[in-house]
Design a protein around this ligand. Structure first.
Ligand SMILES: [Zn+2]
Length: 455
């Protein structure tokens, strides 16, 4: 696969990446020239007009010499920028980038603070993965950032390997609730506007940052039967509250199953947002997941999705791929988590789930490389199912004790960090004492489907 070389909007070629991006799955997105360590976002949003006035303060550090700071920003207009407290006169925007030109070039190790005022009518970005980013609901807002929707609502260095802490404050109409990542630290009510401020201390990738706005009440699920559990909330329109309680009744048990299988839950709380509108698929964000009312049934199809999204808090959110090509480390693991819950809930054993998935894969075309599926196929169901089967093959080879020790070790030693397939193979070799490269290679890097793993 090749990508056209790009130059930045003002014609200043990015000096750092020949391809214009550190990741070929999202060409033109993100840069390794600098790292943002903290985002402070103040968003003023009017629902009726879909008008967003934003202020983003980015605390960053340069990793390379650069004459310009290139940010991702799509469909919003930057109006005023300062760098280290000094007004920047020279900045420009084209397509999906904002280029800020400081008076003096940045040197490696330079710490800097960008203060960017911006405004516009945010809209989802259309691309390979349908519509992603800031999206208006019938009566509210949903943000689906994966993989490149973050730039639709704030200026950022948009790549999963760059993690930062966040403070997100949203001011919007009263009678609505804004739900963002992390802990709600303040709520300030005026006569017609209300401000909700959240603090996300644990490092977070840009695509996992989110804002959900709706006429939401907050329920808290009963987690007393689950020792060591974190608070679990549900933000839901009042009319859907009973359906949400029914649908999510077993989520505290799912949490216990996953804590036993993977180790401690990696954040301080977990919130499920139930939008009023039906959604095609649920979404994960850091510390929360977003479902439609159509995902709240008690049948397996809904319950597996509830388990799937919860497990992403470990695999995807705490442990995040450094490159999108390794997406099976999110989706294969989340699919395997579904199977673990299926067995714990007495629905169907992991072995039977694996056999059913294998039969389906065997009947379909075998033309995907799960360990590097390409951007078009990164969310293909085969990445999920075959990724989960790769884990099942590993488990059958090394036994339950070593397999779950491996998952605990993997989750603990990479907590809130970036991960790769190579790193997983190293960990598996060390913890399970097997040649995991030889075992996993046919599953991840060859097209032909290996035989069904059995004990
Ligand atoms: Zn998933």
């Amino acid at each position: 696969m090749s990508f056209a070389a790009t130059s930045s909007p003002d014609g200043v070629r990015r000096p750092d990446e020949p391809s214009g991006s550190p990741d070929p799955y999202v060409p033109g997105h993100g840069t390794n020239a600098y790292r943002v360590t903290r985002y402070e976002l103040d968003l003023d949003y009017k629902l009726a007009s879909n008008r967003l006035n934003g202020r983003a303060v980015l605390h960053a550090e340069a990793d390379r010499a650069a004459s310009a700071v290139v940010l991702d920003l799509a469909g919003m207009r930057a109006v005023k920028i300062s760098l280290n407290g000094k007004r920047v006169r020279k900045f420009s925007q084209r397509a999906e980038q904002l280029v800020v030109v400081p008076d003096a070039a940045l040197l490696p190790g330079d710490r800097f603070t960008l203060d960017i005022r911006y405004e516009g009518n945010p809209a989802p970005r259309r691309g390979l993965w349908g519509e992603v980013g800031w999206e208006e609901l019938t009566d509210g807002v949903l943000v689906a950032g994966q993989p490149n929707g973050a730039a639709s609502w704030f200026p950022c260095n948009d790549h999963p390997q760059h993690k930062a802490s966040y403070r997100i404050a949203v001011t919007t109409d009263v009678n609505y609730r804004a739900v963002c990542n992390g802990l709600l630290i303040s709520r300030r009510t005026g006569s017609s506007r209300e401000t909700w401020t959240y603090e996300q201390d644990e490092p977070m990738s840009t695509y996992l940052a989110t804002v959900q706005i709706g006429r939401y009440d907050v329920l808290t699920l009963d987690t007393t039967p689950v020792p060591g559990s974190v608070p679990q909330h549900v933000a839901v329109p009042g009319a859907l509250a009973d359906a949400a309680r029914r649908g999510l009744a077993r989520q505290p048990e799912m949490m216990r199953t996953f804590v036993n299988s993977f180790g401690p839950y990696p954040f301080q709380e977990y919130t499920v947002v139930v939008a009023e509108d039906e959604l095609e698929i649920p979404l994960e964000a850091q510390t929360l997941s977003i479902f439609g009312p159509n995902h709240l049934n008690t049948d397996w199809e809904s319950q597996r999705l509830i388990a799937h999204e919860l497990s992403h808090q470990w695999f995807g959110n705490s442990l995040t791929v450094a490159a999108w090509s390794d997406i099976w480390l999110h989706e294969g693991f989340a699919c395997y988590a579904e199977w673990l819950w299926s067995e714990a809930a007495g629905v169907m054993s992991v072995a039977d789930r694996a056999a059913a998935a294998w039969r389906k894969l065997a009947a379909g075309s075998q033309d995907i490389v799960v360990g590097d599926p390409g951007p078009e196929l990164m969310f293909d169901d085969r990445v999920y199912k075959r990724g989960a089967l790769a884990l099942h093959a590993l488990r059958n080879r090394c036994g339950d004790l070593a397999f779950f020790a491996l998952l605990h070790d993997w989750a603990a030693n990479n907590r809130h960090a970036s991960v790769s397939t190579a790193g997983f193979i190293q960990t598996a070799d060390r913890v399970a004492g097997i040649d995991s490269e030889a075992l996993l290679h046919p599953w991840l890097f060859e097209e032909a489907l290996p035989a069904l793993p059995v004990r």
